[in-house]
Design a binder for this molecule. Structure first.
Ligand code: FMN
Length: 330
C-alpha cells in the first residue's frame, strides 16, 4: 500500500529554504536562526525536515588513538556532528582544507603528541604542515572550536599532550572562540604545554594509561561543550528527508493514524513558526526602510567582546540575527 504524504508537508522544507535564503541575503541579517526546531522521527524511514547546527570533527593521528577518540566524540554529538575527518586528507590541497573548515559552524579538532625534541610542529601529523602555512589563509574568525589531545602522561610526563597546546594556540590566534577547557584533576603528568591558566586547553585523553576513562571523559566533555553553547547561534542546515511517497509495507506493517496526526500537528507548528519568521522579516525590513534601527525595535542586543559581534534576540526568544560591532556601532 502506498501512503502519499501531503505535498503541504513536503513544502515545509522548501518554505524553510526560501525563508532562510531570503533572510541570509537581507542586509544586516547574516545569520538567521530557527531555534527549537530539531529532528523529528516518526518511524524508521520518516524523518521530518531537520534544522540543526553542524559541527565538524577533525583529527590527526599516527597510530589510531586520536581517531578512536574523534569517533567517540562524533558519536556523542549524534546528528549535530559530521566526521571524523582525517587532517591528512583535508591538508592535501588548500581548497579541500578551506572547504572543510568553511562548511562547519563549529569545529572539534584533535591531535596526538610525538617528537619530544621539538617545541612546535610535534603532532607527527599533517597539522604540522598546515599550522603556519595554508591555515593562515583561512577565515576562521568567530568560529567555535574545542580541542582534544592524546598523549602518554607517564612515559612523557614532562611533555604530556604538548601538541594540543599548539593546536589550541593556532586556532585561537586565527580568532576562533575557544571552548571546552578542562580540569587537570585525575591526571599524573608533571608538566604540559597544553595548560592554560589552571586548566587544560581542551579534553586530554591517555589511551596508554587511562583508556578506561576515555568514554566517560568524552561524554562529560561533549555535555560541557553543549552547555558552553557550541550548538547555539549556528547557521541552519536543512535536510529534506521527507519522501514524496512512502511504501508503508516496506516501512512498518501500517502507519497508525495517530502517527499521521502527529505529522499533521508538527506540520502546523512548523508552518506557524515559518509564518512568524516571515512576518518578523517583513517588520524588520519595513523598520529598516523607515530608517528605524533594528536595535530600537523588539530586539535585545548581546554583545560578545571576544568576537566583536552583537547577537540580537527577539522579545519572544524565537528569532535572532547578528550584526558586526557593538550595538552602538553605526
Ligand atoms: C616516539 C614517541 C614519542 C611520543 N611523544 C610524546 C610526548 O611528547 N608527549 C605525550 O604526551 N605523548 C607522547 N607519545 C605518546 C603518544 O602521543 C600516544 O601514544 C598517543 O596515544 C598516540 O596517538 P595516535 O595513535 O593518534 O598517534 C609519544 C609516543 C611515541 C611512540
Amino acid at each position: 500500500m502506498m501512503l502519499k504524504i501531503p505535498s503541504s508537508m513536503i513544502s515545509i522544507g522548501v518554505m524553510a529554504n526560501i525563508c532562510v535564503q531570503t533572510l541570509a541575503f537581507t542586509p544586516n541579517l547574516s545569520k538567521p536562526i530557527f531555534q527549537g526546531l530539531g529532528q523529528h522521527n516518526y518511524g524508521d524511514d520518516m524523518t521530518a525536515t531537520a534544522l540543526f547546527a553542524k559541527i565538524g570533527v577533525i583529527f590527526g593521528t599516527s597510530t589510531g588513538s586520536t581517531e578512536t577518540v574523534a569517533s567517540l566524540i562524533a558519536e556523542e554529538f549524534g546528528p549535530d556532528a559530521e566526521g571524523p575527518l582525517d587532517i591528512d586528507d583535508l591538508a592535501e590541497s588548500s581548497d579541500s582544507l578551506r572547504g572543510a573548515f568553511d562548511k562547519y559552524d563549529a569545529l572539534i579538532v584533535g591531535t596526538p603528541t610525538w617528537n619530544t625534541g621539538a617545541d612546535t610542529e610535534r603532532s607527527g601529523t599533517s597539522w604540522d604542515e598546515i599550522y603556519y602555512g595554508n591555515m593562515q589563509d583561512l577565515n576562521l574568525s568567530g568560529k567555535k572550536v574545542g580541542v582534544f589531545g592524546l598523549g602518554d602522561q607517564i612515559s612523557y610526563g614532562e611533555n604530556y599532550a604538548d601538541a594540543s597546546g599548539e593546536l589550541h594556540d593556532v586556532f585561537q590566534t586565527l580568532g576562533c572562540q575557544m571552548m571546552g577547557y578542562t580540569s587537570q584533576d585525575g591526571y599524573e603528568h608533571e608538566a604540559s604545554k597544553a595548560i592554560r591558566g589552571d586548566l587544560f586547553c581542551g579534553l586530554l585523553c591517555d589511551e596508554v594509561n587511562q583508556d578506561d576513562l576515555t568514554a566517560s571523559r568524552v561524554e562529560k566533555w561533549v555535555d560541557q561543550l553543549k552547555q558552553e553553547g557550541i550548538l547555539d547561534g549556528a547557521s541552519v542546515a536543512i535536510r529534506e528527508e521527507i519522501p514524496s511517497s512512502v511504501d508503508v509495507d516496506s516501512v512498518t506493517p501500517e502507519i497508525p493514524s495517530d502517527g499521521m496526526r502527529a505529522l499533521e500537528e508538527e506540520n502546523a507548528k512548523l508552518r506557524a513558526m515559518l509564518e512568524d519568521n516571515s512576518k518578523l522579516l517583513d517588520r524588520v525590513l519595513k523598520q529598516e526602510s523607515d530608517g528605524i534601527s533594528i536595535g530600537q525595535a523588539d530586539f535585545t542586543p548581546h554583545y560578545n567582546a571576544n568576537t566583536k559581534v552583537t547577537m540580537w534576540t527577539s522579545s519572544d526568544g524565537r528569532s535572532c540575527y547578528y550584526s558586526n560591532g557593538s550595538p552602538s556601532s553605526p
